[in-house]
Design a protein. Structure first.
Length: 380
């Protein structure tokens, strides 16, 4: 049995094109089997009304990318905080098809996300099977499935697709541009910048490319100020980090922290341990701090799981660090051990149900339980 499995995996990895095609299919289809992606349950009429409401809110920005939400909604509202999340609305506006183009943009970027999961992991370690395991470990979290539950125009998968694009090239300009596109999709992307810098450092990028994600931060701030002055857009940051919100999130912090990486924690912790044992405690500390930072930042907002999910580049940074510690097949950073840990990370992310924490904690059941539950609920 194990021999046949090994032979099948070797066949998948034999050619890059076959590995990419099969890898994308696996990353797309396996996660929903184990964790059916859905929003917190509510009555169907309310769900439909709420979806239409956010559809109309998004339309305002698609029809006019310069529309200022803060003139009509309070600064602590989600609507107001969308003022500078203009990448997807601007793309939809530029197509000339308006709201009709939004699903195509969203699912098109999901394809980019799945492909770049594999490419970033391959670049991190140079081994296709270990890369497939790491890609599945991330796909098995909210990162891989959010596109199916995005009925309210969050576009997390779009922002995370741009972040993944920033991990693939070695030149600074496309790296910085991808981070900027991610930040203008959702500013939460900026909490992943330290991880992106570490990834480029440990994969041997040029000095300019290593710092390109960080350069995107002042560029984003400058562009945001310029847009504010030119278009009259206002910032909205009220309601973040309130005492009640922090207390509520601290109560579920272990679950929220788990949801950030799930099985990917095996690679993050494993890379830290391997680095320390190889006499590189500084690298281990940098990885640990950069990986934990987005999780800690998520405590300050209501949608804990969404914010913590932006830590996902930590899996690829960990893979890159671990792979850099030794030659293939030798020691704790060897290819054989990387494959085993990546496979374990993938299995854990896929098998364990996803958690969605937004004020309350919701467990996303597997596909079989989901459909059986729906069938019984609909039975007279």
């Amino acid at each position: 049995m194990m021999t046949r499995l090994a032979a099948g995996l070797d066949w998948i990895a034999a050619t890059r094109s076959r590995w990419l095609v099969i890898g994308v299919v696996l990353c797309a289809l396996l996660p929903p089997i184990f964790s059916w992606p859905e929003l917190p349950p509510m009555p169907r009429p309310a769900q439909a009304a709420w979806t239409q409401y956010w559809h109309d809110i998004l339309r305002l920005k698609v029809d006019d990318p310069a529309f200022d939400y803060t003139r009509y909604f309070p600064p602590e509202s989600n609507q107001a905080k969308r003022n500078f999340r203009i990448t997807v609305p601007l793309l939809a506006h530029a197509t000339g098809f308006g709201m009709a183009s939004v699903p195509f943009i969203r699912f098109g970027l999901q394809g980019v996300l799945l492909l770049c999961l594999l490419l970033a992991a391959e670049r991190a370690c140079g081994d296709r099977l270990a890369a497939l395991g790491a890609a599945l470990a991330v796909a098995g979290t909210y990162v891989g499935s959010s596109v199916w539950m995005d009925e309210w125009g969050w576009f997390d998968n779009c922002a995370q697709a741009f972040l993944l694009v920033a991990l693939v090239p070695r030149r600074p300009v496309p790296v910085a541009a991808a981070v900027l596109a991610a930040a203008f999709t959702d500013e939460r992307s900026l909490i992943a910048v330290p991880l992106a810098c570490l990834f480029h450092w440990w994969t041997g990028s040029s000095r300019d490319a290593r710092w390109a994600p960080a350069v995107a931060i002042p560029a984003y701030i400058a562009a945001r100020i310029a847009l504010g002055l030119a278009l009259g857009l206002h910032n909205a940051s009220a309601g973040i980090g309130t005492a009640d919100m922090v207390r509520l999130n601290l109560r579920v912090f272990p679950l929220g922290a788990w949801s950030a990486f799930e099985g990917g924690w095996l690679l993050v912790v494993g890379a830290c341990v391997a680095s320390s044992r190889r006499g590189k405690p500084r690298e281990a500390l940098l990885l640990a701090m950069a990986a934990v930072f987005p999780v800690l930042a998520a405590v300050a907002v209501t949608d804990f799981s969404r914010s913590a999910s932006y830590a996902f580049p930590g899996v690829f940074a960990a893979l890159a660090l671990w792979a850099s510690l030794a030659h293939p097949g030798v020691g704790p950073g060897g290819t054989v051990q990387l494959r085993r840990w990546a496979a374990a990370a993938a299995a854990l992310s896929l098998i364990m149900p996803n958690l969605f924490i937004m004020g309350q904690t919701f467990v996303q059941s597997n596909a079989l339980v989901h459909f059986l539950s729906g069938a019984f609920q609909g039975h007279p």
